[in-house]
Design a protein around this ligand. Sequence first.
Ligand SMILES: [Zn+2]
Length: 263
Amino acid sequence: MPLLNSKAVILHSQRWGEADRIITGFSQRAGKIRAIAYGARKLKSRFGGVLEPFNLIQLTLFERTPTSLARVSQAELLESFSAIREHLHLMGQAARMATLVKAITADHDPNEALFQALVGGLRALTTTPDPQGVMLVFQIHVLDHAGFRPEMGSCTTCGSSLGTARGWFAPWSGGMICAQCRHTQSGPCLSMAPGSIAFVNQAKRLPFPVVTRLRATGQVRREVEEALDAFIRTILGTPLPEIASWAAEDEPRYALPVSSARS
Ligand SMILES: [Zn+2]
């Protein structure tokens, strides 16, 4: 019996030892997983280019020993989103998507909605004329599905309804604060117009791929981008890199994590 047989998106692929790779993937059935693919860097490897970042694959894992990383037994390519690899700016957005999912999720915590957002986000990148717009709604969905849904309807400090007035996004509070509370708080706040608040609320309600048709321009785009950047930086403790470190090929300097992926 395999440990896991599931669709998965490769978030990160790292050289290991002489000829192996350690992959981090987000799987449909087991959430974020790490596994070792023996011989994956050999010329005649049966894995070929299947374990490259952003690929959607059918993945089968076996566990080597009770305390070691799971072993990749089979990996079959389902969708490569090849257009992403042809344009550096699409690679950059896809890398930000993978970095966000990798950083914001815990190991072995399945999340169907988040998995669908990841596949939907990568797929949308291959066809959209507006990759930054796709990234914007992707971030809103991932925050929502990962349990960091920003509170946009009422003040996070006093609870009063914000109505349709301009509000202030306070990343440290997890959402909006009202005009009155803003004067009693010392943390940084970002001004948001009613249209920007409405955009975030609408993006939360619409599923992929429909949500990618939502357009933010001008002030709305600027305000929503700034609020999401600040919120994600607060949650992760670091900003999302423009070109993420997913491609870094360094050998890891830390000990291998213990894996207990379940089927
Ligand atoms: Zn308030």
